[in-house]
Write a protein that binds this ligand. Sequence first.
Ligand code: HXC
Length: 514
Amino acid sequence: MKEKNSELIQKREAAQLGGGKARIDKQHAQGKLSARERILLLMDEGSFQEIGMLVEHRATSFGLEKTKSPGDGVITGFGTIHGRVVYAFSQDFTVLGGSLSETHAQKICKVLDLAMKNGAPVIGLNDSGGARIQEGVVSLAGYADIFYRNTRASGAIPQISVIMGPCAGGAVYSPALTDFVFMVEDTSYMFVTGPSVVKTVTHEEVSSEDLGGAKAHAEKSGVTHFTAGNDVECLRKVRDLITYMPQNAMELAPQFDSVLFAKEKLNRIQNIIPDNSNLPYDIREVIDCLIDDDTFREVQADFATNIVVGFARLDGRSLGVIANQPSSMAGVLDIDSSRKGARFVRFCDSFNIPLLVLEDVPGFLPGTDQEWRGIITHGAKLLYAFSEATVPRITVITRKAYGGAFDVMNSKNIGADLNYAWPTAEIAVMGAKGAAEIIFKAEIAAAEDKEGKWKEKEAEYAEMFANPYRAAERGFVDAVILPEETRSTLIAAFKSLEKKSETLPKKKHGNIPL
Ligand code: HXC
């Protein structure tokens, strides 16, 4: 028995080494952890249970028979994060560049299937050059098996992808199908094809960093939702984010009993909106003054900064916040901000996370660039996402709610449950200046003092609509509340909506304008 046991121990020791000590040392020298170190750090200490450690590939072409490595370049299994079960895989770049073989794919599919059957989140730590080139079509089919499962699991269990090295091909398409993507600065890259292929095909010279580094995807493409300075910080952020989510679409996110809220924020919130309604302010200050202390986790913070989205807690409960940002392009809605907002709304709705909308929006961005790139279709995504959402939904209009954007930003008429406005709210088809120019055009043209007439008419329109009271008279807002009353109002309002039950008409699935 001793002999047999020591055989197992030896096999386990071999598996610990992945592609060998020299390659692990190289990984460390680049500031990266090994695949095993990562998955152990991700999980609660001592909770990780590995499956598939002894799996080996069966391929023989191009000398592959000499490259067998126990585990075949991916560590798979389950464990807990803050006591809740999660499934995970961690690709090992030291084994054939973490490339995906037939068996490597089967191991990932196994954890995806287990996560689905058991209703638990799945987290992929990606560090892979994509499909294993030597295996040809079987590795492509392996990726297709993963994509299929990612898609079937979408909206059923949370799926998080962490990019921790150079990832290409299928190693970026699987993450793109999941809910949230994390990237590590300076050591992780995502591209469909790397710089050398780009050079051959388009003659463009571009570095890995510029093409698909964390900064490029955080600011330009919006492909990544979160970035971190190194592997350790990144995994800590993943562990934190998961606390805002339920295990699956049938459950609620965990509730936290200890709630901290600094009372001074009730004073601070009264002075955030500037007297001049054309001046900017940072909506994140309003968010901070409403939610439990230090609980805001902004998603895609550097992309489409004219809208702010993220998770927060209010009285210990998870909340999805969607807020126009007056300090970036005056908070206008454009293609990118509509897409960003819509995707976040749909995640929250899939996983029973109530929505809080803070509205200060001058409208949709006009111009040929936006029109030709399809602002109509993309703006409709946000409208569709809100209209479709059945979770509790509350809107607070802090200032401007102009034009179509009033409708889009979770208006009562597209199904919001409770709509509030601050006394500073302005709810109109457009700003007073533009409105006066259009509806009093003839009168202004006929006047001797055109400028004076315009100003007079602008004031008349502002008097009528630059306030929340016309909307309150008609019930489009349910109450006008003071900024300092907002937190307590929201706590009571979300509590009243806790048992909300609403179902969509029976259908296969809707047809969101993609
Ligand atoms: C087999 C691979 C591999 C792959 C890397 N390696 N990618 N082996 N299949 N896809 C091996 C290398 O041969 C090398 O082995 C080791 O991993 C490390 O790779 P390096 O190139 O030395 O590392 P680095 O310079 O850091 O570059 C990493 C990289 C690059 C950017 C990922 O390796 C690369 O461009 N790989 C190919 C990417 C790709 O085109 N994949 C196919 C995508 S198609 P040795 O033994 O020399 O150390 C795909 C289809 C899915 O995935 C469908 C999508 C819809």
